[in-house]
Design a protein around this ligand. Structure first.
Ligand SMILES: [Zn+2]
Length: 173
């Protein structure tokens, strides 16, 4: 569906508050668009890292980019994650740096496919449990797989299709 509607700050706020609107944003974006927060670019119906050369070659007749806020930045702004990864057990406290490195590498690889897949927050609670919040449900699953592949342990997945929310528990003593 084509729209000539401009994405103002007012629209942004509305979309953050409105779950349905948030999912609709992707389909109704004008192209090319650039996220005013992170600088990622929306062209050919997909988001990618800002690479002016690529965008220029794809759009020979270069049009001025619309200024928007990408779904990942909207999520970060709203503070509502799509995925949670809980890293638990003695092993995880003893090998925190390795685990963190592994997760960061995995996010790096995931961002090549989808730059909107990001970590929103890392948090360690009083019991030493690490909670990682992600902007996409898929990224949480991917981090769970990466932990399981690298360090074995036990992985459990919980999905809520209604909210598109994934929780992953990884445990190793
Ligand atoms: Zn952005």
């Amino acid at each position: 569906m084509q729209t000539t509607k401009r994405y103002t700050n007012q629209t942004f706020t509305k979309h953050v508050d409105d779950e349905a609107g948030r999912h609709r944003t992707l389909r109704s974006l004008p192209e090319p668009a650039v996220c005013q927060v992170c600088g990622d670019v929306y062209a050919d119906r997909r988001w990618s890292k800002n690479d002016p050369a690529r965008v220029a070659s794809k759009h020979k007749q270069f049009r001025a980019q619309q200024s928007v806020v990408c779904p990942a930045c909207q999520r970060q702004h709203s503070g509502v994650p799509s995925g949670f990864v809980y890293v638990e057990g003695k092993f995880s406290t003893l090998h925190r740096d390795e685990i963190r490195q592994l997760l960061e590498n995995e996010v790096q690889r995931a961002s090549e496919d989808n730059p909107l897949a990001r970590i929103m927050n890392w948090q360690v609670d009083a019991d030493g449990r690490l909670t990682v919040e992600t902007t996409t449900d898929h990224l949480a699953q991917r981090l769970g797989h990466a932990l399981s592949k690298a360090f074995h342990g036990k992985t459990r997945y919980g999905f809520s299709h209604r909210n598109k929310l994934t929780r992953v528990w990884w445990h190793r003593d």
